[in-house]
Structures are given as structure tokens and as C-alpha cells.
Design a protein around this ligand. Structure first.
Ligand SMILES: *[C@@H]1O[C@H](CO)[C@@H](O)[C@H](O)[C@H]1NC(C)=O
Ligand SMILES: *[C@@H]1O[C@H](CO)[C@@H](O)[C@H](O)[C@H]1NC(C)=O
Ligand SMILES: *[C@@H]1O[C@H](CO)[C@@H](O)[C@H](O)[C@H]1NC(C)=O
Ligand SMILES: *[C@@H]1O[C@H](CO)[C@@H](O)[C@H](O)[C@H]1NC(C)=O
Ligand SMILES: *[C@@H]1O[C@H](CO)[C@@H](O)[C@H](O)[C@H]1NC(C)=O
Ligand SMILES: *[C@@H]1O[C@H](CO)[C@@H](O)[C@H](O)[C@H]1NC(C)=O
Ligand SMILES: *[C@@H]1O[C@H](CO)[C@@H](O)[C@H](O)[C@H]1NC(C)=O
Ligand SMILES: *[C@@H]1O[C@H](CO)[C@@H](O)[C@H](O)[C@H]1NC(C)=O
Length: 902
């Protein structure tokens, strides 16, 4: 009983909604394209969309679009094959296509030809009933030979040949005439000039269990009834001679030993789909169930498998449901869900016929230069075909048509955004974007310029080679212009805080300054000791002069001396006016003291270091300053003094502007957005100020940060690459009494040699507060605070090159989103730099007094030394000399005694 109900259900189902899924686009071949026309059928809208000259450009005349309503709404179109311009049409006025269909109410297979008149879009149908009522073939293939004279239809039950122009069935055969195996279910077809290739599943019965060989025709029946018989299927490719159609020569195209599940072979299952494409004598067959593509060669009357390629993308459920030749050596394979793209869930991979591996595609479609607009709602590519001219037509799962003409050298066919209510979307050949080139005609994107070359893309013609740069370094991959490293340099306001010199004692400075003579002319000139020696030398000269006058008895001179001695005695501060020699030495002391005071006065003014612009000409060491420094890290959480707090407030209040300069890029301002990332995946969009300079290929975005600790994300959409990034942080300075917030201006340039910045870059910037505390020279004055933020730019990983090396260079073109994240953080410590004078005025005065008295004491000590040691030794000698002199002139002595009395 239950089985009975089940069969009733089967019959009911087959007649009504199960059999005819009007919305399904992927099943059957309801699209066909050649260089003359592109036809798709929509059973849901009972409508053929016909494009005449679909790949013609605007200058050659726009494509012509016609909507052709089915001749009856009872039609369910199964497959289409375009013929193109009809042979007898004058002025290319008439176009023709063939389709196979079923009348749904009676399940009657048909084949029809449709002639479309170009100027009026009028269509005329000529249909032939194939005369097998009630038979619903799972696959109902149709193809037209390259001579465009005949159409060929294949099902698992019958095969026919139709003379297109005579609209007459020339051959009407059953399966047994054509296929060598007991039964055969054709899945895919392609037709050349005199031969065709049909791929499908052929089967034989195999007794697994049971006693009798069962001759039951319907496999499902066996399967349902006992479950003990299984059929051994094989995937075969059959070569068909189009003149006869009979006795196809079939070869197994897989060597699989596993059993295929019969129900899946007989009824439709997407996994069991096959696809065939012929180019010259080469045949390409896609087997999605095994993730394989097989290339066969047509030799005489047989097909030989030349290559089998196995692909396995982890995430892909289907590889090769549709395949085609892009040119004589390039194959195109439809792959589902290979990886996420923003444009579609399936991609077409283009490979060299000899090298089909996961990493080896030349390119994929869609890609970042050839997107599918958001209007298409991220579709699945239902089917595509590439014409002999190399143009591509495509339908999506939403029944939209995509027309992608072959783009010549230097051009790429790109999406043309439109707001029109249309279901046909044209790609237009446009010049390669900046930083890319294309050296051959293809359906694919332009390739990026290798390092050391560039393409500014400013001219109106496409280029096949990038021009070379003056140096390799200034042109990384994908360059538009040469990077000018002067305009893109990093710079920083950070300077090392000065360190205190060894001597921090004013006495050291005084002594060093006074008692040191350096060989440098400048040092000699300002050396107090030198001038003291000069004075001492003058005194010595004077003494010698006196001695000479004594020797030569110059009376008037001696009288002069007498007076001078009195004066000198009065100036003597060493021996309290006792010795006229002391008076002479006093001059030297005065010179020393004068220089010392000059030094002191000049020295004390050399504070703080920020106000010193001239070299210290008064000292031998011209960098001499009256400042000592100490520096250290302090924890931010430690409470600040009332005096220090305002500088922290100023620092925390400063507004940062982040400028992101994208160097060597083609990104336009309109494709850049900036956001502030919040917790989890939330974000807010930030306003930004963007400028682009096309000549130097720099786009710069300035953002005012809403707060200091945040993460900013810059999103760039488009096919462009970035050669380098410069991040600049700027902020305005402010002065508030003794508190100065310094202007912030840091820039950091990021680049990796010969490579581009990766699609996702993360740059952390850690800020450190840097506070300079300058104590006043005069203790009455307030301490001066100045603060600046110091960013630390970390080394980051910038390039995706390793990823592309590992997983395939084509991945470069599969994403159009470039993300730069900049995270701002603050260090928990701050730098505290303290500057204080080495000496303040009162201390200096005191030290100067001490120093003066020291000088006097030193001279006094010298005199004492003279008195106690030198004179006792010299006196006897002098005495003896005197006696000799006395003998020679008594009067001299008298004069001397006279003058001393005075
Ligand atoms: C348009 O197509 C014709 C031939 O198909 C070609 O010669 C011409 O350069 C094309 N024009 C443009 C603008 O691409
Ligand atoms: C072309 O030939 C077909 C069939 O031979 C005929 O039906 C059609 O009218 C012809 N068209 C023209 C324009 O001669
Ligand atoms: C083809 O042959 C079958 C019988 O083999 C017949 O039923 C059918 O009507 C024929 N179709 C045409 C179009 O001649
Ligand atoms: C193709 O058509 C031409 C004439 O248009 C004819 O001479 C030739 O034999 C045809 N080829 C085939 C395979 O039918
Ligand atoms: C092609 O295959 C057939 C048999 O399948 C074989 O006889 C023939 O030598 C093969 N040809 C080449 C070129 O391999
Ligand atoms: C691109 O689309 C716009 C409509 O959005 C249309 O005006 C324009 O002609 C199209 N470009 C070409 C080359 O067809
Ligand atoms: C780089 O820029 C600077 C300043 O704008 C300019 O003087 C210099 O000539 C430029 N260098 C090159 C190689 O363009
Ligand atoms: C920061 O950016 C804002 C807005 O773009 C601007 O008004 C301001 O002058 C900038 N500040 C600095 C220091 O560049």
C-alpha cells in the first residue's frame, strides 16, 4: 500500500511542481553565447533575453537588446544553442537560435528555432514536436555545429539531428543506436565542426547479491525494491561523428573504482554534473564530483585522455561544474566557495592547461579590478561560456546576464555601474589602473608593476610594460610614481635630554677657568692666567729695567722709581702695604679677579638651556651652561603635586590629529572611510579630511582623534596597492603661565623594500608624557613646566608577500579592502626631566669672594715662601754683590738711602 502511494506521489510530482522548477537557473544550459549573440531563457518570466552583438563597444555601435516572450506559457525551456546571423540574411538583419523545451501540461519534448529580426526585435518560432509524449528526459542537451547548419539534440532516450534552415529532423535515433553501453545518460555536450563530444554516465548491471541476473530496465526500481543490485557507472566521454551520430566511441575519463549512487546519476544531482568544452582538437571535461578537470585529445576517430588535474579547495563543494577554454592554452573552471569574496560566492579560475594547482591560477573572476556590483546581491555564477573570440558571457543565480568582452593589451574589462532597470550588465574595457600593466589580451585583470618600474596611468592609452624608475628603492611593487624620500621622511621632536657634565661645582668651574691654559687661540685669549702672566711679565720687565738703571746709575730714573715704589707700596694688598713688590703682584690679582667676575656674571646667565643660543665665548669650553639635569620615569598613578597638576591637565586636553599618508597609491578620497573601533565589533564613523595628489600618487587623510586612547581604522576600498605609509601625529601647543604644552609633530614612514603594504596592517603607537621641570634661577620665580607627548612607533609586519608566495599570487587581486588600524595607547610611566642651575646668584657672590681671597692668599703664600726660603739664600749673594758695587760707587748708596727715607 505504502509503495503504491509512493508511486502515485512520484507520478504526481513529475507532472507538476517537482519536475519543472521555474526559478532554477543552474540546471540545464539555459544560456548560450557566441560573438554575435547572447541568449538566456527565464522559465519564471517566460522570456528569452537576446543580446545582439553583445561584445560590441560603443564606437562600433551599442549592443542591441531584445526581449522575446515564449510563444506559449506552457513551455519549459531546457537548453539553448545560439546560431548567430542567419546564412541568407541580408545586412545581418536576422539572427537565430535553437532551444529544446517541454510542453509542461503534456510533458512533450520540442525543439524550436527562433529567428530574431535585428531592427524590430520581432521573433518567429519554428518548432518541431519530437513525438515522445510523456517522456521527461533528465538532460535534454542541444548544440549547433560551428558551420551553423545543423542542431543536435541528446537525451538518455533519443538523439536527433535538425537541419536548422529547413527546420527538419534529419536523423531520429534511439539510445541503442548511439551509445555503446547498455544505457547512457548524457550530461554535457559541445559541438565542433564535424564531431561532438558528449560527457555522461554509462552503466552496466552488476550482481552484488541474489541468484538471478535481473533484467530490469529501471535502476531506481531495483534500488527501491531490493537494494541488493547496484549499478557500476562510469564517467565517459563520447566522440560522436556528426554526419551519422551512430556508434559513438567512448572512453572512461576517470579511473575511479567507487560505485556511483544510481539515483543520483539518473535523477538530477548537482554534484553529478559534467561539463565539456572543445577548442581545436582539445577537449576539456569538468568532473565536479571528483574535483577534477580532464583534458582529452581528439585523434582521428578516438579520444585520448592527455591530462587529469585534481584540485582540492578545502571549502569548495563544487569544482568544474562549468569549464571552458579561454584561449588555446588557458582553461576556465567554475569553483564554488573557494574563499570568501565580497562579490560572489563562486569564482571562475583561469589556469594554464598544463598547470592546474591550487596556487597556480593566472587570475580569478571576479577580482578587485573586475568586481560584480552590489546590485547583483553577491550571486552564485550559474553558468558561463567563452566564445571563440575570447569574450565571456555569464548568468548568475538571479538570472542576471554579465557581458565581459576580451580586453586588449593595456586594458581590463571593468564593471560599469548602472542605475538602469536592467538584467544585463556590461563590462567595459578600461585602461589599466595606476601601478598595473597588461601585456596580452585576456579576460583578466592587469598585473601589478614589478619593483623598479611604475605606471602612473595618466595617458589615455593602455601600456603593455611599466616604465622603469631611476632607482629600485623608490619604486616598490605596484608603483604609480617614484617615492620622494625627502617629502616622505620620518621626523621626530624627540631629542635626548642633556646629561649633566662631570663638574657640577662652581668652584671647579672657577678654578678650571682661571688656572687652565689651553693651546686653542680662543682659550688663550680669554684665559685669566694668561693675562695675569702678561701682567707678571710686564712687572718683570719693570724689575729688569730697575736693575739696569741701578747698574748704569741713572739718577733721574732712580728718583722716578722711588716715587713708583711708594705708589706700589700703597697698592700692595698682599702684605698690607709693606712691600712695593706686593703692589706689583696686586695687578696680577686684579686681573685674575676681574676675569673671574666676568666669568661668573656670564656663567650665571647661561640658564636655562632652552634660552641659550650663543656659544659661551667667555669660557674655553663654549658649551658651558649653568644647568644640571636629572631624568627619570615616574608612575602616572602617583598623585601629582598641586604645582605639577596643571601640566598634566594640559597634556590630557591636547587634541591629536592623525594624518595617514598613503604613498604610491591610487586610492581616491571617495574610497576611504575612517572609523573609531569600539568594543566588540562596534564602531563609529569619524569625519576625515582627505587630499589626493595624483601626480605624486599620495593620498592623505587627517582625522581628529576623539580621545587619546583609541583605535582608528582606515578602510580603503578598491583595487589599488599602497607602496608606503607615513603616519603623522600633530597637536597644537598652548601656554598657560608657567605651563607650556609643546606643539606635537611626529611623522613615521613605513615601507618594505620592493613590496606593497599588506591588506591588513596594524600599527600600535604608544605615547609617553614627557615633562620638563625647570627650576627658576631666582628662587622667588616659579618653577617652569613644559610637557610634550612622545609617540613610540613600533616595528610592524607590513607585507603579505609570504602569504601570496604560499597560497598563490592571484590572491593579491581577490580582495579590494585594505585596512589600516592604528591603536593609540599610553605608557603607564611618564618621563620627568628636571633642570636646575648649578649655582644661583648669592652662592656665586660668596664663591667669588672666597675665590678672590684665595688668590690673594696664594700670592701671600708665594711671598712668604720668598721671604722664608729664597731671601735667606739669596741675601749673602746679594750682600757680596753689593760690596762690589759699593766699592765702585758710594754715591749710589746714598741716593738709594735717600729715596727710601722719603
Ligand atoms: C571598438 O571595437 C573595434 C573593433 O571591435 C576596435 O577597433 C576599436 O578600437 C574599439 N574601440 C574602443 C574604444 O575600444
Ligand atoms: C532564410 O531561409 C529560411 C529558410 O530557408 C527562410 O525561412 C527565410 O525566410 C529566409 N530569410 C530570408 C531573409 O531570406
Ligand atoms: C522519432 O522516432 C520515434 C520512434 O522511434 C517516433 O515516435 C517519433 O515520432 C519520431 N520523431 C520524429 C520527429 O520523427
Ligand atoms: C560547412 O558549410 C560549407 C558551405 O557553407 C560546406 O561547404 C561545408 O561542407 C560545411 N561543412 C560541414 C562539416 O558541414
Ligand atoms: C589513443 O587511444 C587509442 C585507444 O584508446 C590508442 O589506440 C591510440 O594509440 C591512442 N593515441 C595516442 C596518440 O595516444
Ligand atoms: C555605463 O553605465 C552608464 C549608466 O549607468 C551609461 O550611461 C554608460 O553609457 C555606460 N558606459 C558604457 C561604456 O556603456
Ligand atoms: C623631492 O622633493 C623635494 C622637495 O619637494 C624636491 O626638492 C626634490 O627635487 C624631490 N626629489 C625628487 C627625486 O623628485
Ligand atoms: C587638526 O585638524 C583640524 C581639522 O582638520 C584642524 O582644524 C586643526 O587645525 C588641526 N590641528 C593641527 C595641529 O594640525
Amino acid at each position: 500500500m505504502s509503495i503504491y502511494v509512493f508511486f502515485l506521489f512520484l507520478i504526481y510530482c513529475s507532472v507538476s511542481w517537482c519536475q519543472y522548477d521555474l526559478a532554477d537557473v543552474t540546471r540545464d544550459t539555459r544560456m548560450s553565447v557566441n560573438d554575435d549573440m547572447f541568449v538566456t531563457a527565464s522559465n519564471a518570466f517566460i522570456n528569452f533575453a537576446v543580446l545582439l552583438y553583445p561584445f560590441r563597444n560603443a564606437t562600433a555601435g551599442e549592443p542591441i537588446s531584445c526581449n522575446i516572450i515564449y510563444s506559449t506559457s506552457d513551455f519549459f525551456v531546457r537548453s539553448i544553442a545560439v546560431v548567430g546571423v542567419t546564412k541568407n540574411s541580408t545586412n545581418s538583419e536576422q539572427f537565430m537560435y535553437v532551444f529544446t523545451a517541454e510542453k509542461m501540461s503534456t510533458i512533450t519534448p520540442y525543439v524550436c528555432t527562433v529567428t530574431v529580426t535585428k531592427s524590430t526585435c520581432a521573433a518567429s518560432y519554428s518548432c518541431t514536436v519530437l513525438g515522445r509524449n510523456g517522456y521527461h528526459p533528465e538532460y535534454f542537451l542541444v548544440g549547433v555545429d560551428t558551420n551553423s547548419t545543423h542542431a543536435y539534440g541528446f537525451t538518455s532516450e533519443f538523439v536527433f539531428k535538425l537541419d536548422i534552415y529547413a527546420n527538419e529532423i534529419v536523423l531520429n535515433l534511439t539510445t541503442d543506436d548511439v551509445w555503446p553501453s547498455q544505457s547512457f545518460i548524457p550530461h554535457a555536450l559541445d559541438v565542433a565542426d564535424t564531431w561532438a563530444v558528449v560527457a555522461g554516465y554509462g552503466y552496466e548491471y552488476l550482481l552484488v547479491q541474489g541468484e538471478n541476473r535481473c533484467v530490469v530496465l529501471h535502476v531506481i526500481f531495483i534500488y527501491f525494491r531490493t537494494g541488493t543490485y547496484r549499478a557500476l557507472y562510469q564517467t565517459v566521454g563520447c566522440l560522436i561523428d556528426l554526419s551519422q551520430l551512430i556508434n559513438a566511441s567512448c572512453v572512461p575519463i576517470t579511473s575511479e573504482t567507487s560505485y556511483l549512487i544510481p539515483s543520483n546519476v539518473i535523477s538530477y544531482n548537482e554534484l553529478y554534473e559534467l561539463s565539456v568544452a572543445i577548442r581545436g582538437q582539445k577537449v576539456l571535461i569538468g568532473i565536479p564530483r571528483l574535483s577534477s578537470v580532464v583534458i582529452l585529445c581528439h585523434f582521428g576517430s578516438s579520444l585520448n585522455v592527455t591530462r587529469t588535474h585534481l584540485l582540492s579547495f578545502m571549502s569548495s563543494p563544487s569544482i568544474g561544474r562549468v569549464v571552458d577554454w579561454s584561449d588555446d592554452t588557458t582553461i576556465a573552471i567554475l569553483i564554488d566557495d573557494a574563499y570568501e569574496t565580497d562579490w560572489s560566492t563562486t569564482q571562475i579560475f583561469f589556469y594554464d592547461e598544463d598547470l592546474v594547482t591550487i596556487t597556480s591560477p593566472f587570475f580569478t573572476f571576479p577580482n578587485n579590478q573586475q568586481i560584480m556590483g552590489t546590485r547583483l546581491l553577491r550571486p552564485k555564477i550559474a553558468r558561463f561560456m567563452i566564445t571563440t573570440g575570447g569574450n565571456m558571457g555569464m548568468i548568475t543565480s538571479n538570472d542576471d546576464m554579465l557581458i565581459i568582452p576580451l580586453a586588449s593589451t593595456g586594458y581590463v574589462s571593468t564593471w560599469n555601474e548602472t542605475t538602469k532597470r536592467t538584467f544585463s550588465f556590461y563590462y567595459i574595457p578600461t585602461i589599466c589602473i595606476g601601478g598595473t600593466y597588461k601585456n596580452r589580451s585576456s579576460l583578466g585583470p592587469c598585473s601589478i608593476c614589478p619593483p623598479g618600474t611604475r605606471n602612473p596611468s595618466l595617458s589615455s592609452t593602455g601600456i603593455s610594460q611599466c616604465m622603469s624608475c631611476s632607482s629600485n628603492a623608490s619604486c616598490p611593487l605596484a608603483s604609480l610614481s617614484e617615492i620622494n624620500f625627502t617629502t616622505a621622511a620620518s621626523y621626530s621632536q624627540a631629542v635626548p635630554y642633556p646629561e649633566t657634565t662631570d663638574a657640577t661645582d662652581i668652584e671647579d668651574f672657577l678654578i678650571e677657568n682661571v688656572f687652565q691654559i689651553n693651546s686653542k687661540p680662543h682659550c688663550v685669549l680669554i684665559s685669566p692666567l694668561f693675562w695675569a702672566l702678561v701682567v707678571g711679565g710686564l712687572c718683570l720687565l719693570y724689575l729688569t729695567f730697575i736693575l739696569l738703571t741701578h747698574l748704569f746709575n741713572c739718577t733721574s730714573c732712580m728718583r722716578c722709581h722711588g716715587r713708583a715704589k711708594i705708589v706700589f707700596k700703597h697698592t700692595d694688598i698682599i702684605n698690607e702695604g709693606e712691600m712695593w713688590l706686593g703692589g706689583l703682584a696686586t695687578f696680577a690679582i686684579v686681573v685674575l679677579a676681574a676675569f673671574t667676575y666676568w666669568f661668573s656674571v656670564s656663567f650665571i646667565r647661561r640658564y636655562p638651556i632652552e634660552n641659550i643660543f650663543q656659544p659661551a665665548t667667555f669660557a674655553c669650553d663654549e658649551s658651558l651652561i649653568n644647568a644640571q639635569f636629572s631624568t627619570g620615569l615616574e608612575l602616572l598613578t602617583i598623585p601629582k603635586s598641586n604645582e605639577a597638576q596643571p601640566i598634566f591637565n594640559l597634556l590630557d586636553k591636547q587634541t591629536f590629529n592623525l594624518t595617514v599618508e598613503l604613498i604610491n597609491t591610487g586610492f581616491a578620497c571617495s574610497s576611504i572611510t575612517v572609523q573609531e573601533n569600539l568594543l566588540t565589533s562596534k564602531y563609529v564613523v569619524l569625519p576625515s579630511d582627505c587630499h589626493r595628489s595624483i601626480e605624486i600618487a599620495i593620498t592623505s587623510v587627517t582625522i581628529t582623534l576623539p580621545k587619546h586612547l583609541t583605535t582608528i581604522q582606515v578602510n580603503m576600498t578598491g583595487p589599488y596597492s599602497i607602496g608606503g605609509i607615513r603616519l603623522c601625529v600633530r597637536g597644537q601647543g598652548e601656554t598657560n603661565g608657567a605651563y607650556t604644552l609643546r606643539e606635537l609633530d611626529f611623522c613615521q614612514f613605513y615601507m618594505t623594500a620592493n613590496q606593497v603594504i599588506g591588506r591588513y596592517t596594524y600599527v600600535p603607537i604608544v605615547f609617553v608624557k614627557n615633562i620638563n621641570v625647570t627650576q627658576a634661577l631666582d628662587t622667588k620665580d616659579p618653577t617652569v613646566y613644559s610637557g610634550i607627548w612622545m609617540p613610540t612607533f613600533s616595528e610592524v609586519s607590513l607585507s603579505d608577500e609570504d602569504y601570496y608566495t604560499e597560497y598563490g599570487n592571484y590572491l593579491r587581486y581577490t580582495s579590494s579592502l585594505t585596512v589600516l588600524q592604528v591603536m593609540f595607547d599610553e605608557h603607564p610611566f611618564y618621563m620627568k626631566n628636571i633642570q636646575q642651575p648649578i649655582v644661583r646668584a648669592p652662592e656665586l657672590i660668596f664663591h667669588n669672594l672666597l675665590f678672590t681671597s684665595l688668590c690673594i692668599e696664594l700670592f701671600a703664600f708665594a711671598f712668604l715662601f720668598l721671604k722664608l726660603l729664597v731671601i735667606p739664600i739669596c741675601r749673602p749673594i746679594v750682600h757680596r754683590c753689593n760690596k762690589t758695587i759699593n766699592r765702585n760707587g758710594e754715591h749710589y748708596n746714598e741716593d738709594v738711602s735717600k729715596s727710601t727715607d722719603e
